[in-house]
Design a protein around this ligand. Structure first.
Ligand code: URA
Ligand code: CA
Length: 434
């Protein structure tokens, strides 16, 4: 087999066999297929697409490129959750303690942020001393003891995805249904969960810009899950504006803590209740979504979920006293208000641009080597549908430099669309695919 022929075949819109897909993944992982051929190949996939069978074969080939975690030593049904990536998306920090406090094991593999989207591990490092480095035995032991542990995606899990994802990131080939579906599902399958809840984001700040594309991606991933015997549910949710108010690592940690205390943003809590109730039902701890939702509401009300976060942070070496005293979290030197210059309603907040502005402030990585500043970011004060009057503060910039902060403040203002009338027709939850 020659890589040249595979590129030509896909370029001409033909279907690839399982052997051909295996050949590509195996040899690209090994390094015997160079990046330039892989780039041409994935660009051909981007334009010509892959059918369901090819996508499923690509997923399985990527799972086989590395280890598959054995979580059988963890008691109970393990349910994992994955988001396709958004701006200010703090769900894991809220959702994982909620679910774990019901006795459901959460053995989570998370990533760091790249580009305009954030990553859970970076956020957690806002707790001084917090570490995701631990041997597999300790990880399993922690899940058995406190029902919750979190590690980073190691090089041994779906290494083909790790390599391909970096290549896609720099070759404008991220936003393709087959490539995203195989990337997400190969990682989740390798991470060993019994059941998977996916949060498929749609809108300006997501890879999928339309609800049709998001639905296609959701169907594709649920289908792949089914074909490998992992019960999978996909929730399609809004990412046309950032989730909650905070964007930036320590700021999002504070937002997550507030949500667990019952004083957080409504959209973040609602999304966690929807994703969470699906996790609870898949874990067979409740028969219906309504029952599951009531259980989750109770662990917030009673403070059990907040206590679970404390237990979890302490178990991984972090300073959990920040949870009661948020003044101890990293704080930026400057807090600069963004003041609106006209009356009207917020019609739109360009989520992707807001994510990039936060990244430029230092909250995210422009390249894989960038060092992030945990304290900086943006806190929105007005969201879609809110009425504003000239002179109102619509957001705050948290910055380590006054100059950068002022520039960010101007950029944010330019990315709020204010109009005289507004009717909200964008739902938080579009659809749920089972
Ligand atoms: N998240 C992933 O893990 N992979 C993608 O391709 C896109 C989002
Ligand atoms: Ca947020």
């Amino acid at each position: 087999m020659r890589m040249y022929d595979l590129i030509l075949k896909k370029r001409n819109g033909e279907e690839l066999s399982r052997e051909e897909i295996d050949y590509f993944i195996e040899n690209y992982t090994k390094g015997t297929i160079p990046d330039y051929q892989a780039s041409a190949f994935i660009m051909a996939v981007f334009f010509q697409g892959m059918n369901r069978r090819e996508t499923a074969d690509l997923t399985v080939a990527m799972v086989k490129s590395g280890d598959v975690l054995d979580l059988s030593k963890i008691e109970g049904i393990k349910v994992d959750k994955h988001s396709t990536g958004g701006v200010g998306d703090t769900t894991t920090l809220v959702l994982a303690p909620m679910v774990a406090s019901l006795g459901i094991p959460v053995a989570k593999m998370s990533g760091r942020g790249l580009g305009h989207t954030g990553g859970t591990i970076d956020k957690l490092e806002s707790f001084k001393g917090f570490s995701v480095d631990m041997p597999e035995e300790k990880f399993i032991d922690n899940v058995n003891k406190i029902k919750m542990a979190l590690v980073s995606q190691t090089g041994e899990l779906a290494p083909a995805d790790k390599k391909l994802y970096s290549l896609r990131d720099v070759t404008a080939t991220v936003d393709n249904v087959s490539l995203i579906a195989s990337s997400v599902m190969s990682k989740k399958i390798a991470a060993g969960a019994d059941a998977i809840v996916l949060d498929v984001k749609v809108g300006d700040g997501a890879f999928m810009k339309t609800s049709e594309a998001a639905l296609e991606l959701a169907n594709e991933m649920v289908g792949i899950g089914k074909s490998v015997g992992r019960n999978t549910v996909a929730v399609i949710s809004d990412m046309d504006q950032p989730l909650g108010f905070a964007i930036g690592n320590a700021l999002e940690v504070e937002e997550a803590i507030n949500t667990l205390k019952g004083t957080g943003p409504k959209d973040l809590l609602e999304l966690c209740l929807v994703l969470g109730s699906n996790m609870v039902v898949l874990a067979e701890k409740a028969k219906t979504l309504e029952e599951a939702r009531a259980m989750l509401a109770e662990v917030i009300e009673s403070g059990k979920a907040l206590n679970k976060l404390k237990e979890f942070v302490a178990a991984q070496g972090g300073d959990a006293s920040c949870i009661d005293d948020s003044g101890k979290l990293p704080k930026a030197k400057y807090v600069i208000p963004v003041v609106v210059d006209k009356d009207g309603y917020v019609r739109k907040i360009n989520a992707q641009r807001i994510g990039l502005i936060a990244m430029e402030l230092g909250a995210g990585r422009a390249t894989k080597e960038s060092v992030i500043d945990l304290s900086v970011g943006i806190v929105l004060n007005k969201k879609r549908g809110d009425e504003v009057k000239k002179g109102d503060i619509i957001a705050y910039v948290h910055s380590s430099s006054e100059e950068k902060g002022k520039k960010a403040s101007e950029d944010i203002l330019n990315n709020y669309v204010i109009e005289s009338k507004y009717e909200n027709n964008i739902p938080l939850i579009y659809n749920i695919v089972r």
